[in-house]
Design a protein around this ligand. Structure first.
Ligand SMILES: *Cc1c(COP(=O)(O)O)cnc(C)c1O
Length: 373
């Protein structure tokens, strides 16, 4: 039964290996980030096999599932922890990204209770305006308190995140600013930091351009490994070494008809309260696929593999395709395939109505139920 999300674990492992290799050549270790596929454990294992130093997620449950699946890498919590999950952060992960004194204190207390030492990377705000400390004095104070006061914490380094909210590019200048901050922290605490964590997939262009400052020795990479798309599609990099079809969505055609391309009647609002513009291209061959916006959210980010197929739009449970110029003569019951960008894949990978099938050297093709995921 469809829809199916087909995941090629061999290609995924290959992508991880290629990213890790390029980072390693520049003295950078990779935390492989699994949240982009909702932490599907088989994917986590493939990314781990690719040679990452850490496995990382914004969600502890995904990391726990990876552990249960047999991934032995140290784990990194990359969303600023909630106070209410501090004990779990200490129990499940080796290191977390942080920006708040109250949370650090709680992590210290919980680490004490568990007889552990928890590693901390302090996040610096460099202008993208999501997480991180903007005030330099506060950053130094948090560093000093982590170093001297919260004895069950180890200050492993500092880091930053760019490109996720404010769309700010991790330029050489931003990376140099991060290094300067690291050096300020080092002067304050009187020792060298082990880690300077320069960001996510968006920072990988610095590796490709060979202009990452030498002190940046860690990146947290998801998209490049999982989808291998943005470097190529958004930034024009040559990414022949990455597969951009690790994840393929397969949906079933439930209606094929020739219809007008412009709606007929008084135009009001669509299912999501929009008033879209429709182009009149006369009568066209159209197909409906049995999958919709509740499954993948963004119609423009599911990419038909047949170059002659266009996604016209979608409601909750129907995707409307123009197939006038399709290479194939689609009939009811046929399956249409899409490659995926980050957003749709996040949704599809934890969608109880979508069956996950592994190919390319995965262990078992047994589908995971919603609960197991
Ligand atoms: C999501 C996230 C990443 C990984 O982002 P990708 O774009 O998938 O590489 C890295 N760091 C932090 C803090 C994140 O939240």
């Amino acid at each position: 039964m469809y829809p199916i999300l087909e995941i090629d674990l061999g290609k995924l492992e290959h992508n991880a290996r290629e990213i890790v290799k390029r980072c390693k050549a520049r003295g950078i270790e990779v935390a492989g980030v699994i949240k982009g596929c909702s932490g599907i454990p088989e994917c986590a294992a493939a990314i781990a096999r690719g040679g990452c130093a850490y496995l990382a997620s914004s969600r502890l449950g995904q990391l726990e599932a990876a552990r249960r699946h047999g991934v032995e890498l140290p784990f990194m919590m990359i969303r600023i922890p909630m106070l209410s999950e501090a004990a779990e952060v200490v129990r499940v992960t080796e290191v977390s990204l942080n920006s708040e004194a109250a949370t650090l204190r709680r992590l210290h207390e919980e680490a004490g209770k568990q007889g552990r030492v928890h590693k901390v990377i302090l996040m610096a705000e460099l202008g993208d305006l999501r997480e991180g400390v903007w005030d330099r004095r506060e950053l130094l104070e948090l560093a000093l308190r982590t170093e001297n006061e919260w004895k069950n914490l180890t200050l492993q380094g500092i880091g930053t995140n760019l490109g996720c909210y404010g769309s700010i590019a991790p330029t050489v200048e931003k990376m140099e600013e991060l290094v300067r901050l690291a050096e300020e922290v080092e002067r304050a605490i009187g020792r060298k930091l082990a880690v300077v964590s320069g960001g996510a997939s968006t920072s990988f262009p610095r590796v490709m351009d060979e202009n990452m400052p030498a002190r940046v020795n860690s990146l947290r990479i998801g998209e490049n490994i999982l989808f291998g798309r943005d470097l190529k599609d958004l930034w024009g990099y040559d990414t022949h070494f990455l597969h951009s079809d690790v994840f393929v969505l397969k949906a079933e055609i439930i209606e094929v008809k020739t219809k007008p391309s412009h709606p007929v009647g008084e135009i009001t609002f669509d299912a999501f309260r929009n008033r879209p513009a429709y182009t009149d291209r006369g009568l066209r061959r159209r197909a409906l696929a049995a999958i919709g916006r509740v499954d993948y959210a963004w119609t423009e980010q599911i990419l038909p593999r047949d170059a002659g197929v266009t996604v016209l739009g979608a409601s909750s449970d129907h995707t409307i395709l123009d197939i006038e110029e399709a290479r194939r003569d689609f009939i009811v019951g046929d399956v249409v395939e899409f490659e995926l960008c980050y957003g749709p894949a996040v949704f599809l990978s934890h969608d109880p109505d979508v069956r996950v099938v592994f190919t390319g050297g995965g262990n078992t093709p047994a589908p995971l139920s919603g609960e197991e995921r």
